[in-house]
Design a protein around this ligand. Structure first.
Ligand code: MLT
Length: 410
């Protein structure tokens, strides 16, 4: 008799965005004439920049000719892309990351989940609360969470670090020391950020306690304030304690194309049970080479073109477009009397739901009365209760219409 991985039985319901998609499909089936506006999952709507499409098309044509055809590429990514990432995303910001510390992949979601393969299953995990559900669910699957407490909506072995309006969305250093700490800034779902001194506290804490920081900076391209760090490696000493995840999904419209990368610094060490130091770079390289065959050549050429002069200009226009949507949402909701957070350095707006409603009740009200889809805060963790997330990734027309509709139902 074969056995299943029983950790999966500890997972709650389905993945948040699948639950929402099911509810929306049901509503549409019962109300076929209603035009639903989706500002729920953070999926982009702007087409891929012309310079990027051109590079991808050229690469596709190369694949059709015997003299330029390519089979398997290097699992870690082609040098042409790793060099560009090292130069543009790090060196130009005064950070020294070597190209071979960069591992190109098919998504930050996958990387954030897969990284657990090289980490001990008895590590204590800390997540900020609310949080992008992937960090939690992948640790439940790996058996690091312990049992679920349905009354409190928490797992017994996970350290939840609240980030709410009460602490200005700056999570406090936990008293019980975790081994693995997930941080996402600019934050999904709250759209808030940390300053360099605030982030430095986490780096120092991790160093002092021999913890590992898993830093998701998928939304760094949306930062406009000068004092907000784009990378954790802007903080001295971070290369000794942190892995960073980045993605082309939101930056360059690659949610359907799939390309991202993880940075595993060569001097970053983990520990065996008896305290022996082991370099994580070698472990991740081994894992990547064994379980992954690399991102396709045309997609890596497309990602490379993101860094061209034209590509940079074009993706920045798209980012500006989305941040204008964020402004429309933020200002519109504030005028309607809502308390709103985020939306200035991130494409997410986090609002307080009207008094007396839970975040799922507000979800239902918005869907039924305004035909607008957002994401209930509690889906991101217990401290998300009473909040609601809207994304700025819709079209401008839909964003404006959604805000008008919301104004009319409150
Ligand atoms: C979100 O809506 O939180 C994101 O789209 C999820 C993701 O990037 O996987």
């Amino acid at each position: 008799m074969f056995k299943i991985n029983e950790n999966f039985l500890e997972l709650q319901d389905s993945y948040l965005f699948s639950t929402i998609a099911k509810k929306v499909a049901e509503f549409q089936k019962n109300n076929p004439d209603k035009k639903i506006i989706k500002l729920g999952i953070g999926d982009v709507t702007r087409p891929i920049a012309p310079a990027v499409v051109q590079a991808m098309s050229k690469a596709v044509m190369e694949m059709g000719k015997p003299e330029t055809f390519r089979g398997y590429g290097p699992e870690q990514g082609y040098d042409f892309l790793r060099n560009k990432i090292a130069e543009f995303d790090y060196k130009n910001r005064g950070i020294n990351i070597e190209p071979d510390e960069i591992f190109v992949s098919d998504g930050a979601k996958c990387d954030c989940g897969n990284i657990g393969d090289i980490l001990g299953n008895d590590n204590i995990v800390a997540i900020t609360d609310p949080v992008y559900p992937v960090y939690l669910d992948t640790n439940v699957m790996a058996g690091r969470s312990g049992k679920y407490n349905s009354e409190k909506n928490i797992y017994e072995n996970i350290i939840y670090i609240p980030a709410t309006a009460d602490n200005n969305f700056v999570p406090e250093l936990p008293k019980k020391v975790p081994d693995m700490i997930y941080l996402c800034f600019p934050n999904n779902p709250t759209g808030t950020t940390l300053t360099k001194p605030e982030l430095k506290k986490w780096v120092d804490y991790a160093k002092e306690n021999k913890s590992l920081i898993l830093f998701d900076s998928a939304y760094e391209a949306f930062i406009s304030d000068e004092d907000v760090p784009h990378s954790i490696y802007e903080i001295d000493g971070a290369k000794d304690v942190a892995i960073e995840f980045r993605s082309f999904s939101k930056t360059a419209g690659f949610t359907g194309v799939r390309c991202a990368y993880a940075v595993v610094p060569k001097n970053l060490k983990g520990y065996t049970k008896d305290g022996k130091e082991v370099y994580l770079h070698g472990l991740w390289n081994r894992r990547h080479g064994t379980k992954f065959n690399g991102v396709s050549y045309p997609v890596q050429r497309a990602a490379e073109a993101v860094y061209s002069k034209e590509g940079q200009k074009q993706i920045k226009e798209n980012i500006k477009y989305y941040m204008n949507n964020a402004k429309i949402i933020k200002e519109g909701l504030e005028k309607a009397g809502f308390t709103v957070y985020g939306g200035t350095n991130a494409p997410y707006i986090w609002l307080k739901v009207p008094e007396g409603l839970t975040s799922w009740e507000f979800f239902d009200k918005l869907l039924n009365e305004a035909n607008v889809v957002g994401t209930p805060g509690v889906g991101f963790g217990p401290s998300g209760e009473g909040y609601f997330r809207l994304t700025a990734f819709g079209t401008k027309e839909n964003t404006e219409e959604a805000i008008e509709r919301i104004k009319n139902i409150v």
